[in-house]
Design a protein around this ligand. Structure first.
Ligand code: ATP
Ligand code: MG
Length: 417
């Protein structure tokens, strides 16, 4: 037997309604904020990710699914959604549209990681990309969208952690100070951090190893190094978040894993998912588009991991909404199946999700099946029902019954589902 590849999962028919509920909710919230969907290919030229994410990041140096296609091109399955959107923005001259432009995506992502709960090799992201202004209002709008998305999903206890990592100008001085601090403790730190020390010191604050994390706590704080413009941006955003009642904590150790961030960086974090507690990560990346050959464009965005959202919703017993079908029609015996098939057809034409017996089951087995498929209502059709044109409709969750005319069935269901 062939199994699913390590680190991937099927969304089974019994569980897929959760995905549909989450995706539909996220689309609705994106719509409220006037964001439009963008769909980009599942694979891109490898170069796109190397150049935009940065070859010193874990994603590019260790986690990408890269292969050569039959034409000899180096291709990579997308490990994240921002670089493809930026590529498309430049390639399709989307800056010619009215800016700011708000886009969202729901996409599979691929990273070669060690699979654990909440960490897969194929996972899914909902992401927002807002392009076209450098004002803190854009940061607020983006964070507010993420906050409302989490609330709309019914999630509780998720903390917004906010930081600013400045611009390349002020970050330079800060990274020098960081190197100065870490230099004397480097021998206690993990091998990856020893590597990061030379190549990307900011990332020393991003390490997940407990000892490196602890050492990181005593590191110099970025806020003391921000230039006036970056500081003003950060302070204005904090004020806006306060005004809008969006709670946050400043966490100076949030630097985000990817190279392209400038100024605002943020995460939404829960303590309920162990080490995989970050459900959403985002920030501002004003230099990304220019570094990829486009015009200088203020950008802010985030990505949420859908697997982590669903795990958390399950842990918090959130209701994932209604399950189909609305009604299951049972046949007293084989000779009434023709009639049942016609009846479900009428119901479906009236916008009601309906199904009926087709596999030679006994009536008892049909009741069991109706339960299994989570039908809201059950109806039994036999000779007397057909002759009298009246049926008993049973709410399967509590067993209550009501007698109605078959002619009134659609109307009754539409009122009661
Ligand atoms: P982590 O620190 O957990 O590795 P990250 O910084 O690599 O996360 P991002 O690149 O910011 O994550 O991706 C945004 C979101 O996508 C994360 O907050 C998380 O919810 C989700 N995510 C990232 N990697 C995975 C994965 N391998 N499996 C499942 N979800 C993931
Ligand atoms: Mg990661």
């Amino acid at each position: 037997m062939i199994n699913v590849p390590k680190g991937t999962k099927d969304a089974l028919p019994s569980e897929s309604y959760k995905w549909q509920y989450v995706e539909a909710t996220l689309r609705k919230v994106a719509d409220l904020y006037n964001a439009r969907e963008i769909r980009t290919p599942v694979f891109e030229h490898t170069e796109l990710f190397v150049r935009s994410i940065g070859d010193e990041t874990d994603v590019v140096s260790k986690e990408m699914y890269t292969f050569e296609d039959k034409g000899g091109r180096s291709i990579t399955l997308k490990p994240e959604g921002t670089a493809p959107v930026a590529r498309s923005f430049i390639e399709n001259s989307l800056d010619a549209l009215s800016l700011p432009l708000k886009m969202y995506y729901i996409t599979p992502c691929f990273r070669y990681e060690r699979p654990q709960a909440g960490r897969l090799r194929e996972f899914h992201q909902f992401g927002i990309e807002v392009y076209g202004a450098t004002t803190p209002y854009l940061d607020l709008d983006c964070i507010s969208l993420a906050y409302n998305a989490l609330l709309s999903l019914g999630l509780k206890g998720i903390v917004l952690r906010l930081n600013s990592i400045g611009c390349p100008k002020c970050r330079k001085e800060y990274t020098n100070a960081l190197k100065e601090y870490f230099k004397s403790r480097l021998n206690e730190m993990c091998s990856t951090c020893k590597d990061r020390f030379e190549r990307n010191p900011l990332r020393l604050l991003d390490c997940k190893s407990p000892i490196c994390k602890e050492i990181g706590l005593g590191a110099p704080k970025i806020t003391e190094y921000l230039c006036d413009d970056c500081k003003a941006h950060h302070e204005k955003l904090c004020q806006l978040l306060n005004d809008h009642g969006i709670p946050y904590v400043i966490d100076q150790n949030i630097v985000r894993g990817l190279d392209y961030y400038t100024r605002t960086v943020f995460e939404f974090v829960t303590t309920e998912l162990g080490a995989q507690g970050t459900v959403c990560g985002g920030g501002r990346y004003d230099n990304l588009i220019a570094s990829m050959g486009g015009k200088q464009t203020g950008c802010v965005g985030f990505a949420m991991g859908l697997e982590r959202l669903i795990m958390l919703m399950e842990a918090q017993n959130v209701d994932f909404g209604r399950r189909y079908p609305d009604v299951y029609i049972m046949s007293q015996s084989a000779e009434y199946v023709d009639y049942c098939m016609k009846l479900v057809n009428v119901l479906r034409n009236n916008g009601i999700s309906a199904d009926t017996e087709m596999s030679g089951k006994s009536l008892k087995a049909q009741f069991k099946y109706a339960d299994k498929i989570n039908a809201n209502y059950g109806i039994v059709i036999g000779e007397s029902e057909i002759n009298s044109q009246t049926i008993k409709i049973k709410k399967l969750s509590d067993g209550t019954e009501k007698e109605i005319n078959i002619a009134d069935l659609s109307e009754y269901l539409l009122k009661n589902i």
